[in-house]
Write a protein that binds this ligand. Sequence first.
Ligand SMILES: Nc1nc2c(ncn2[C@@H]2O[C@H](COP(=O)(O)OP(=O)(O)O)[C@@H](O)[C@H]2O)c(=O)[nH]1
Ligand SMILES: [Mg+2]
Length: 204
Amino acid sequence: MDSVPSTDRRGVGYLPNAAETLMKLVVTGPFGVGKTTLIRTLSEIPTLHTEEAMTQSSAGLDDTAGLPGKTTTTVAVDFGRLTVQDDLVLYMFGTPGQERFLPLWEDIARGALGALVMVDTRRLGDSFAVMDMVEDQGLPYAVAVNRFPDAPAHTDEVLRTHLDLDPRTPLVQCDARERHGSIHALIALAEHALTCLSPTQDPA
Ligand SMILES: Nc1nc2c(ncn2[C@@H]2O[C@H](COP(=O)(O)OP(=O)(O)O)[C@@H](O)[C@H]2O)c(=O)[nH]1
Ligand SMILES: [Mg+2]
């Protein structure tokens, strides 16, 4: 097959101009926090998911207390894409938050510029291990608090204290099913990751 891109009658290539910045970002967090939902909400392409039905073998490992509708779990990866401007394309990789998937997590996170750590205020402690994994990778991160209706509402200040966040780490409260807040969270991460790339900045 001819490898030269085809052109129309005016000689203009069909391929779009190369995007100037492509960013790989990881969306992570504990089981059931809304990673798959957020990527589905934001992606402009049909998302790729590798959800699997939970089986008896994950009983006792994946805590479904308070998540009665939860019958699937991410065992590999979610993938989606969001073009923010003509020249900034964000690739979102959802990763399993369960610690037993750490080797897979590291493979997926390789080459990522930042991580969005999703948090559920009903189980704040579940996010600590994930934040440790992200920090161990040296990845800049932002925190997205996914608001569930029956979850306690806290001010940003209280959440920052509970999560022991660096003042530079962005914190955004959102509903993963809604576009506006979810975009806000991802862009806060992208901006933070780009700032951390600047040679004068220490990663937060
Ligand atoms: N009420 C509410 N439900 C949500 C929200 N985000 C996700 N869910 C639901 O919570 C469950 C877990 O979400 P999912 O995206 O599969 O979590 P994941 O394991 O982190 O990928 C699903 O049944 C979602 O429909 C949210 O912001 N509000
Ligand atoms: Mg999932």
